[in-house]
Design a protein around this ligand. Structure first.
Ligand code: ISL
Ligand code: CA
Length: 561
């Protein structure tokens, strides 16, 4: 068995600060608001908080466009307030994992302002600048240096008249990519990381870290339906692991921290390196395979999506077994970029919302890896019934849906439904604290629409009831804390083709755990492996136990005796 590490038995709670808790009535969540709610997270049992970006930012992509890595966003508070939050969290035994966004900065970062000012500025080479295509004039259609597309639609290149060159931005044009091949860039990032670690933060979640090294010569990629090559497919370069090992050697290895790299489109072979058990790079990574199993292949995320359980199981199984013995896994259903799991993989009707949210929790939290809970998931928050684009803030939904309509890939009349199914804003509607006006999130006007179901989906109700989703998550988390079998047992998927039931077995020495989850709203006959017939049910989302049947959205786990 691998060398045991504290972060292997941790449970991480993700906070999206803008939507968590507003302390001063300006409609925007903030740092004092988080401090106020720390006991709620401690009570749940999470021991790490992943804090989405709180740095100075013009908010083109809600904080993922950073203009100063060592300052706090004015709307969120001050550095003093950050320090208070950090100290209080540490007192409660909670570490703060910062979001490290270093594939790109904001175009308002001082490095970029310098960089774009002239070709011989000392910061020019901090970013990726290229001439227009041979024989073409900068700015004219097709003159971009290559065919890469931005994650947020359109080309990944922006022409800058001042110097007659293009700069690369795999995300919005206000998020220019840093040039990691420049050793000065790496030193700047490393010293900034040390500054935060010396302050006492507990680690980093690294935004699209898989993209920091670009391939030699920036060659064209294979174009997709949009005409552009995929931003995630074409930008993984040869020096990636070298840079991560350098970061590990010079920074991470000097502290006892938790690290997780966000790696959309990562291959298994790459992943085994990123999160290798020797600890020379990162602790773990976020893969996205299970996040695309419900997408329509033609339209990708922004089409009509539908649960495909065999595909979902295959994806989860791939990472559970593929990393075994090589690298540590992470587990998640939700984050700030994804729709709400209960609406996506469960059933958010009044009748089944709580049952299916608990079922999904059971399914995920009893697998091998470090589980991540996204704010509101622990009370079963749902996707929002959007009326249309006017209500949407998210840059990705706005740009990509527009692009898909223009290309004839989706029908305009389907937009509200597509938004409800897939928009990143489903995760970003404010946290529902109670059933008072604006769900107790703010006394002012919330920056984004509040989901109307807050009258019955809220933290106050969930913490007062012992049959709530919150109480159930609390139990799942405490089970993990007391069971090596749950943390370290290996994973075996049962019945891969079954389109209704997700079941698996965990094994550690003689100890075995059988987990069964019904992903449908009807009763299903269950054939339980014989060795569990006299086993002990350690958790289940129905009160009384029933043998050989799974009721609608039922989930339970049985330990052999
Ligand atoms: O889910 C996605 C693709 O279907 C994307 O949102 C993808 O995960 C992503 O854009 C990469 O995410 C990260 O970097 C972005 C930022 O907008 C996201 O919020 C962040 O998680 C740029 O920094
Ligand atoms: Ca505020």
């Amino acid at each position: 068995m691998e060398n045991k590490k504290w972060w292997q038995s941790s449970v991480v709670y993700q906070i999206y600060p803008r939507s968590f808790n507003d302390s001063n009535g300006d409609g925007i969540g903030d740092i004092p608001g988080i401090t106020e709610r720390l006991p709620y997270i401690a009570e749940l049992g999470a021991d790490v908080i992943w804090l989405s970006p709180v740095y100075a930012s013009p908010n083109d992509d809600n904080g993922y466009d950073i203009s100063d890595y060592q300052a706090i966003m004015t709307e969120f508070g001050t550095m003093e307030e950050f320090d208070i939050m950090l100290a209080k969290a540490n007192e409660l035994g909670i570490k703060i994992m910062m979001d490290l966004v270093v594939n790109h900065t904001s175009d308002e970062h001082k490095w970029f302002l310098e960089s774009k000012s002239s070709k011989d500025n000392p910061y020019r080479d901090y970013y990726i600048w290229r001439d227009p295509k041979e024989g073409m004039k900068g700015g004219e259609p097709g003159a971009e240096p290559n065919n890469w597309g931005s994650c947020f639609g359109g080309s990944a290149w922006e022409y800058d008249k001042t110097t007659g060159q293009y700069y690369l931005h795999l995300f919005s044009k206000k998020q220019p990519d840093l040039n990691w091949d420049n050793p000065k860039v790496r030193e700047e990032v490393f010293s900034m990381m040390r500054w935060w670690l010396d302050k006492g933060v507990g680690g980093f979640r690294m935004d699209v870290i898989s993209l920091i090294s670009k391939p030699e010569g920036l060659p064209d990629g294979i174009p997709m339906g949009t005409g552009y090559a995929s931003w995630e497919g074409c930008a993984t370069g040869p020096h990636l692991h070298e840079y991560l090992r350098e970061m590990n050697e010079k920074v991470l290895s000097k502290y006892d921290v938790i690290t997780v790299g966000e790696c959309p489109g990562v291959s298994m072979e790459e992943a085994r390196q990123y999160a290798n058990l020797q600890g020379t790079e990162l602790n773990m990574l976020f893969q996205f395979e299970h996040m695309v199993t419900d997408h329509d292949p033609k339209t990708g995320r922004y089409g009509i999506s539908k649960l495909n359980l065999p595909r979902l199981k295959a994806a989860m199984n791939n990472w559970e077994t593929g990393l075994e013995g090589y690298a540590w896994n992470s587990l998640y259903w939700d984050n700030h970029d994804q729709p709400r799991a209960v609406s996506r993989f469960g059933n958010d009707s009044k009748k089944y919302r709580e049952l299916s949210a608990k079922m999904l929790g059971t399914c995920l939290h009893l697998m091998k890896g470090t589980p991540y809970v996204y704010q509101g998931e622990e009370i079963g928050m749902t996707n929002c019934p959007w009326n249309g684009m006017d209500e949407i803030n998210d840059i990705e939904s706005r740009n990509n849906i527009k692009q898909n309509i223009e290309k004839g890939l989706v029908n305009e009349k389907d937009v509200p439904e597509i938004l409800r199914l897939q928009s990143r804003d489903n995760a970003r509607t404010p946290m529902q604290w109670d059933d008072s006006k604006n769900a107790g999130f703010t006394t002012g006007t919330p920056w984004l629409r509040i989901n109307p179901d807050y009258t019955y989906v809220n933290a106050k109700d969930a913490t007062e009831r012992d049959d709530s989703v919150y109480a159930y998550y609390k139990k799942l988390i405490s089970l993990r804390k007391s069971s090596e079998l749950i943390v370290y047992g290996d994973f075996k998927l049962l019945d891969p083709d079954n389109a209704e039931v997700f079941s698996y077995i965990r094994t550690l020495g003689d100890e075995r755990l059988f987990v069964a989850c019904n992903f449908t709203d009807h009763e299903i006959e269950l054939s339980m492996p014989g060795e569990f017939e006299n086993g002990v049910r350690i958790i289940g989302n129905y009160e009384n136990e029933m043998k050989n049947t799974l009721r609608p959205y039922e989930a339970f786990a049985i330990k052999n005796s």
